[in-house]
Every structure is written in structure tokens, then in C-alpha cells.
Design a binder for this molecule. Sequence first.
Ligand SMILES: *Cc1c(COP(=O)(O)O)cnc(C)c1O
Length: 421
Amino acid sequence: MDLQTKALHSGYQKDGARTMAVPIYQSTAYEFRDVEHAANLFALKELGYIYTRLNNPTTDVFEKRFAELEGGEAAIATSSGMSAIFFAIANAAEAGDNIVCAKQLYGGSLTQTAHTLKRFGIESRFFDVHKPEEIEALVDDKTKVIFFESLTNPSIDVADIEAITAIANKHGILTVVDNTVATPVLCRPFEFGADISVHSASKYTTGQGLAIGGIMVERKGLLEKLKGNPRYAHFNEPDASYHGLVYVDVPLPPYTLRARLSLLRDIGAVSSPFNSWLFIQGIETFALRMREHSSNALQLAEYLESHPKVLKVNYPGLKSNSNYANAQKYFDNGASSGLLSFEVSSLEEATKIVNATELYSLVVNIGDSKSIITHPASTTHQQLTQEELNACGVPAGLIRISCGLESIKDLIADIKQALEA
Ligand SMILES: *Cc1c(COP(=O)(O)O)cnc(C)c1O
């Protein structure tokens, strides 16, 4: 089945009322038939619903549908993209372990890995996403995860997924790919050797800026990589917190199972049924939207590249971009999503342009159907000096756009009047 068909049907079996729309099961808990039924559910002898912190029928549809789109085996929905990333890492690493991360990460992922996980005793080591060969010198027998973004936010680089996963597989290490910006519509990291993907559902999945959420997906056949692998002893040894369960001995996708039984149970950052329902609505038009976001962004990038006031345009779909070859290789038809940035001569010039746009909203978000404009030097990167800004690839005159679904004619006309104001 094609992705667009799965996006409309996967994971939903109509219930008694045969509703066309997936129902919102707004319930904290579920009645057991009797004591034996309850005991069987807890012992995993029978699968079913227990308590919405662990599972929920609406969230179930979202998880199954998203896993299908990504080409994975199972998924677990979380309350935000950040919690999905935390679960993906904490499911593999503990105090005394390390993880190897790309330097080019979302700001929250950088602070989570470099600072918050450090306080949990997990060390993060960083490599340049353009130089996967740096990974080799960073891994050791305590390395539990290699973490990177397929299409990076905010630097807009495209990872060489196969080069990274090849090194990871040589060492039997799990790879976690943040596929938020590329989305399963454009890129399916499991086809290129990745093990686990994570997403902020707050971006293109909801698609209209409606809700915060996240999801972690596990590839098919991950069991073989975990079974007997000395790096992942906690999947192979009895879990004292779940009366001696050995995750690799249960015929269920092990990474998602452990994340649900242990992390969701104890940390609790779960998707609410209503938010899961919103994400299901978003998914119905996922493929249509991503095609349009990508086409609009490419046309806008081409226009900006032709404008005399613009020094440089960063968009992987442009032939002039250093990520072009990777975008062609890893993204369907080279379609490169909606994120682009461009540089003008100065901070003053950039400020003037951002203030003069009318259609683009000044917002710190991406992946909305409405176009968004940001000026990193005066907002997210405000505390940095001129030299520091240049060093991290954020010149003072850099403007970032998350290209929405407005008519491209109107988007170009508005940026033109702002550039020439
Ligand atoms: C927004 C974002 C996140 C964080 O997701 P939240 O849902 O805001 O917690 C993680 N990774 C990427 C690439 C993002 O863009």
C-alpha cells in the first residue's frame, strides 16, 4: 500500500458504532472483565488496555499509523518531541554510559544531551554531521546510541544516513534518527540502516501548529540486534521492576515494549488521547502537505537566490547547496521539506526585512501550514557575540523561514516587498 493510503486507513479497526473518524477515547482507565483478565494483562499473557499512562485506543491508532508510514514495526507516542528523544536514549543508556551525537541538533536536543543527560551520568560526545568518520574515534564499549537528525533544524543539513549507520552497525550500536523535519513522507531512515526514529509531532505531523507531541518508532527486526548484544544487557537480563521480564524473550517489538513498560510507566510523559486524535487528523493530509511545503520552499529559495540583496540561500533542494546530493539520495524525488534560510548583509537589514513581512509570522516554531519567519541572531541566539554567531553558522543577517501552504505567488510577493521596502 502507498503511504497516502496508509495515512488514511492504517491502525484503525472500526468499533461498534463504526465511526468513520477515529473516536477519541477520553478515559483514564479501562474496566477488566474479571481478576484473571486483569492479571493476564499485567503479565502480558493477553494484550489490552490498562491505564492511559501505558496505552489508549486513540493513541494506539496514532502509533500504529505512524509506524506504518515510517516502515517500522511499532511506535510509542509521547507528550513532546523532547520526551520521545529522552525515551529513545534512556531506553538504551544509563549512568556511566555515553552517547555519540551530531553537533547539528535542535536546540532542545543539544541542551538535553550536553547538559541534562550529563547530570544523569550519561556523557554526550559530538561529531560533525558532515564528517561521519569522526564517529569511529568517539565510540567505545560504553557507547549505547548514535543520535543525529536526518534533516537538521536549524542548520538545514542532510545527514549521510548510510555512512553513519554503517559505522554504528560495525560496532553493534543503536542509531536514533530525529526525522522530524524530513518526515516519513519524504524520508524513511530504516531503509538506510537506522534502528529507531524519533519525531516531534508538534511540527509537520499536526501540520497546523495545534498540539505538542512526539513519537518514537522502532524498525522491523530490531530484536536480532539486541538479542545477546553485550551492550544492551538490560534487554537480555531479567527486569527486576517488571517481575523478572526478559524483553528479548517476549514476542513483541522489544524497544517499544521496554519504553512502554518501564519508561512510560515511571516517567509518564504520555500523549493525551485528544492530542493523539489531532495528530491522526494531521496524518490524513501528511503526504499532500509535505509535497506542497517542499514545492513552495524550493520556489521561494529559487526566487531568493535570484535577488541581488540576498547573499546566500540554504535549501537542500537547490543545486547550489552542499547538501543537494544527500537530499537527492535520501528524500523522495529530492523533495526537501519546508525549512530554508537566507543571509542578507547585516543585522539591521535582517531586522528590517523580518518586520516588513506581512504574511510570515514571527514565531519560534516550524512545520505550521502558516509561514513562519525567524531571525536567530535577535532571538534564539541572542546571547552570542558576532564571532560566536559566525562560528556556529548563524551570521547576524541570517533569516530562517518555515515555508507554509499559502499560495507561492503571495509568499514571493510578500518577501519581495519586504526585501525592497
Ligand atoms: C521541535 C523539535 C524537537 C522538539 O520537539 P517538541 O515537540 O517541541 O518537544 C526535536 N527535534 C526537532 C528536529 C525539532 O524541530
